[in-house]
Design a protein around this ligand. Structure first.
Ligand SMILES: Nc1ncnc2c1ncn2[C@@H]1O[C@H](COP(=O)(O)OP(=O)(O)OP(=O)(O)O)[C@@H](O)[C@H]1O
Ligand SMILES: [Mg+2]
Length: 246
């Protein structure tokens, strides 16, 4: 197992008396694909925001790449590619222009950025229509551009919040295949959240089931005898019938 990349210790977030994230302990290791799975309001996004230092915990601690996210948020965000739930682009620009803009913000040399952006667009299947403005992109295309956007600064870890919501099933499969290939090639560590059991079960090494702010269970997929039904049974034990929750 690789070194720890994301470390949560008794991580807790309260909004007044309401506990959104409740004493979570979790370690994600280098090269792992970890899925946070849970229904609406489970605390997935709040946990992710604390990893990035975009929200401060009420108590407990969070480290990414060995850096305390609460104390050194900028250092953490420098190392991490983060794709939020609703990614925004400059919609009167092309995909390439958007990527170059992100590269500039990250102080990447212009020439290097252009080459890397073109390569990434190719990689995520968006190079075919280079003049298309992102305003005309479908949801699936936006998410793939989002993935290219988080990769342009060569992060060690990528954190994706519901990256596949609103994409058609074929698009989801493509997106997941791409993530798996990237991990294979670059040794990336990946953490992403989802409502959908069927989306996470084929790609993750481990899954954390979130509900009511708690980490209810951690499942190692290679230890499940019957991957498909084993995980479905565990999910249903916690969240009732149905394969996924909108
Ligand atoms: N800024 C806030 N102020 C008050 N309550 C909040 C705030 N942000 C989140 N919450 C509450 O905390 C709980 C967890 O929210 P969170 O967004 O982390 O859930 P989630 O698992 O990402 O849900 P979804 O699947 O709908 O994105 C929810 O009940 C939400 O209403
Ligand atoms: Mg969320």
């Amino acid at each position: 197992m690789g070194e720890p990349i994301i470390e949560l210790e008794e991580l807790t977030k309260k909004y007044g008396k309401f506990t959104a994230v409740d004493h979570i302990n979790l370690t994600v290791h280098k090269g792992e694909i970890f899925g946070i799975l849970g229904p609406n309001g489970a605390g997935k996004s709040t946990t992710i925001l604390m990893m990035l230092g975009l929200t401060d915990p009420t108590s407990g601690s969070v480290k990414v790449c060995g850096i305390n996210s609460t104390r050194n948020p900028l250092q953490v965000r420098h190392r991490v590619g983060y794709l939020p739930e609703d990614v925004g682009f400059y919609d009167d620009m092309t995909g390439l222009e958007n990527l170059i803009y992100t590269a500039r913000l990250n102080k990447i040399n212009e020439k290097v950025a252009r080459a890397k952006a073109a390569e990434l667009l190719e990689r995520v299947g968006l190079a075919v229509d280079p003049k298309k403005k992102t305003g005309k992109y479908s949801r699936g295309m936006r998410q793939r551009l989002g993935l290219a956007d988080v990769l342009i600064k060569n992060p060690e870890v990528i954190i994706l919040d519901e990256p596949t919501s609103g994409i058609d099933p074929a698009g989801v499969q493509e997106f997941m295949d791409l993530i798996r290939q990237l991990r294979q090639e670059n040794g990336l560590t990946v953490l992403f959240s989802s409502h959908h059991l069927d989306q996470v079960q084929h790609i993750c090494d481990r899954i954390g089931l979130f509900g009511n702010g708690k980490l209810l269970a951690e499942v190692k997929l290679n230890e499940l005898q019957d991957k498909e039904h084993g995980l479905e049974n565990i999910y249903n034990n916690y969240f009732g019938g149905g394969k996924s929750h909108e």
